[in-house]
Design a protein around this ligand. Structure first.
Ligand code: AGP
Length: 625
């Protein structure tokens, strides 16, 4: 699961179904593709779940309530859990929707996050006779809880015993028909908050789900178990020791709660980038230490037969594709072309059975990219998708897909989807290198370890971002900003320019710094802001040339805004504004250099009074050619 599923738990005197379903409705903004509930009463559970929107679940709940029927009781139950699923493991359908139950139907669990070792756990369970029916990582937890309860443990102890066996990031919430006044939650690296009521208590993935009932909340800490009863809340560690918790009063309104306290979804999504990058990396190294990707339905032999790669995408996704080209060619020695999806099929591309087309799309519904995929398949090329929406059209028409785990991206301007697309293209390049033998296993593993440090590097950029906000506000009156970069910094320059165009409605242009002297330098005039992305000093051939470029434009009056790695003092004398980012290997620099440009564009557009989440003339998914 990605981090963005919606979770609600309730125990108290109200109808648990009503409270849970209304709570899920408050979480609808997060985006989801299926929903479900489970309530406990009279020694049994009533579980209802449907693919699609909440209305399908409501219809199912209403429809199963014949006058005086068993389900009347379900509506009278006083403890329950609910879930809106944003699919990553397994397509969105009724079977994969949460809650998931055990063999006996006595335990139900909902989950948010990714359980990295679920495949091994599932194998163990099936060997012990359990039958698991879904494609999800979550279902294994229901059966593990069943085993502990069968040994006589209460649900809370069962949860403690199970959680210590799980690897990855997870929020789990469960109920058990044998303890109808109890809801149990667990959290590791995934959000879970308690709502404290009077004779009733709530659990949720964010406070938006319960602030209509109570604003008194408890934030749970890492590796904690919470027991929710009508009369009170108990919090312990996974080892059972009582835990210190901090309670607080929620003073957000519902709208602010949906944005996690940020003014815009875009700001929330920029802030989510460290966890989105971490989630996209989770579970990518198999038990054998080899890289394992999602539904890669292309065999290793088919991948070894590839002699050319063409990447097709639009907008921000196209910029991710440009960066992919550098990584793929350097790590796999395969020729890699990058083409705007809307141009691809009109240029009569040379496609054979040995061509691999990689289609990058956050929404999975972009018509230009979908038509490029269809053209590639007609020409018998293999097609691999990189997508953020499980089960959307483009992945369904690809031979294989690697899902990014950014969670729903609500703002039109793409941010966290872009960073996770970069992670995805690095993973695919490494997978191809591994399969084709152009990189040894230990080299692939070392690069994966390096990628594992990137969430913290992105966090570091966000923690020191305030000067970028001040700079942006000071430039709100400007008519134009230019962006320069070299190597992978060139697509970053294009991305920074695109963000400014689509949010601040300003003229903004990205250039390859080497192109400056072939024309664009004529644009430079006194005071013109020019953002320059400086490559790592580890690549002097790139770094020294761009320092010269900065001198050239500064000599002609440009206002230089320089993004450079910590410790790079060579650029300081020529920078009117110096924005520092952590030093990372050249190929990975877009992961840290892009973030200041996202914030810069967002803040400048805000200063101009624009609606940052819904810029004029734009749609989140362009489903027309
Ligand atoms: C980027 O901020 C824009 N929202 C737009 O360029 C977007 O990246 C492009 O339309 C492609 O969308 P997709 O990734 O959903 O295919």
């Amino acid at each position: 699961m990605a981090r963005m599923c919606g979770i609600v738990g309730y125990v108290g005197s109200q109808s648990a179904l009503n409270v849970v379903v209304e709570g899920l409705a408050r979480l609808e903004y997060r985006g989801y593709d299926s929903a479900g509930t489970a309530v406990a009463f009279d020694g049994k559970l009533s579980v209802t779940k449907r693919a699609g929107k909440l209305v399908n679940l409501r219809d199912a709940l209403a429809g199963t309530q014949p006058p005086g029927g068993a389900d009347d009781e379900a509506h009278g139950a006083h403890s329950g859990i609910g879930h809106t699923r944003w699919a990553t493991h397994g397509p969105p359908n009724d079977r994969n929707a949460h809650p998931h139950v055990d063999c006996t139907g006595a335990v139900a669990v909902v989950h948010n996050g990714i359980i990295e070792n679920f495949a091994a756990l599932r194998l163990e369970l099936e060997r012990r006779g359990h039958e698991l029916s879904s494609d999800t990582d979550t279902e294994a937890v229901a059966h593990l809880l069943e085993e502990e309860v069968a040994k006589g443990a209460g649900l809370a102890d069962a949860m403690r015993k199970v959680c210590v066996r799980l690897e990855g990031a997870f929020t789990l919430v469960a109920i058990y028909s044998g303890e109808p006044d109890l809801v149990v939650g667990a959290r590791r690296n995934s959000p879970l908050v308690v709502g404290v009521g009077d004779g009733e208590n709530f659990l949720a993935s964010d406070v938006a789900a319960f602030i209509a009932h109570t604003r008194d909340a408890i934030e749970l800490g890492q590796d904690q178990i919470v027991e929710l009863r009508p009369g009170g809340v108990t919090v312990t560690g996974f080892d059972g020791t009582p835990a210190e918790v901090k309670d607080y009063h929620v003073d957000w309104d519902v709208s602010a709660a949906e944005k996690g306290g940020h003014d815009y979804f875009m700001l929330k999504e920029i802030a989510e980038q460290p966890s989105a990058v971490a989630d996209t990396l989770l579970g990518r190294i198999g038990a054998d230490g080899r890289l394992s990707l999602d539904e890669m339905r292309l065999t290793d032999d088919e991948l070894r037969d590839i002699d050319k790669i063409i990447i097709v995408a639009c907008g921000t996704a196209y910029h991710a594709g440009m960066i992919a080209k550098y990584a793929i060619e350097h790590w796999t020695q395969l020729p890699c072309e990058i083409e705007l999806a809307s141009e691809f099929r009109y240029r009569d591309p040379i496609l054979t059975r040995s061509t691999l087309v990689i289609a990058i799309s956050q929404s999975g519904e972009t018509m230009d990219t979908l038509m490029a995929v269809r053209h590639a398949r007609e020409q018998r090329a293999s097609v691999l998708g990189i997508c953020n929406v499980n089960g959307s059209t483009i992945p369904r028409e690809c031979d294989g897909v690697l899902y990014t785990h950014a969670g729903p991206e609500i703002a039109v301007a793409s941010t966290k989807a872009f960073l996770t697309q970069l992670i995805a293209v690095y993973l695919i390049a490494l997978y191809l290198a591994q399969v084709r033998g152009t990189k040894w296993g230990d080299e692939v593993f070392a690069m994966i370890q390096l990628l594992g440090t990137m969430p913290q590097k992105v966090e570091q950029v966000l923690e020191t971002i305030e000067p970028v906000r001040e700079l942006a506000r000071s430039l709100a009156g400007e008519r134009c900003v230019l962006f320069l970069g070299r190597h992978v910094g060139f697509p970053v320059a294009l991305e920074g320019a695109l963000k400014l165009k689509e949010l601040a409605y300003m003229h903004a242009e990205g250039f390859a710094a080497g192109e400056l002297k072939h024309g664009p330098i004529a644009l430079i005039e006194e005071g013109l802001p020019v953002v320059v992305i400086v490559p790592s000093r580890a690549r002097p051939i790139l770094h020294d040339k761009i320092v010269s470029n900065i001198q050239e434009i500064r000599a002609r009056g440009a206002r230089t805004i320089v993004i450079a790695e910590d410790g790079d003092e060579a650029v300081a004398p020529y920078a009117d504004t110096l924005i520092r980012v952590p030093a990372v290997p050249t190929l990975l620099q877009p992961l840290v250099a892009t973030v200041p440009l996202q914030v810069f564009a967002c803040e400048l557009a805000t200063a101009k009074g624009h609606d940052v989440d819904q810029p004029r003339n734009l749609a989140k998914s362009v489903t027309v050619e």
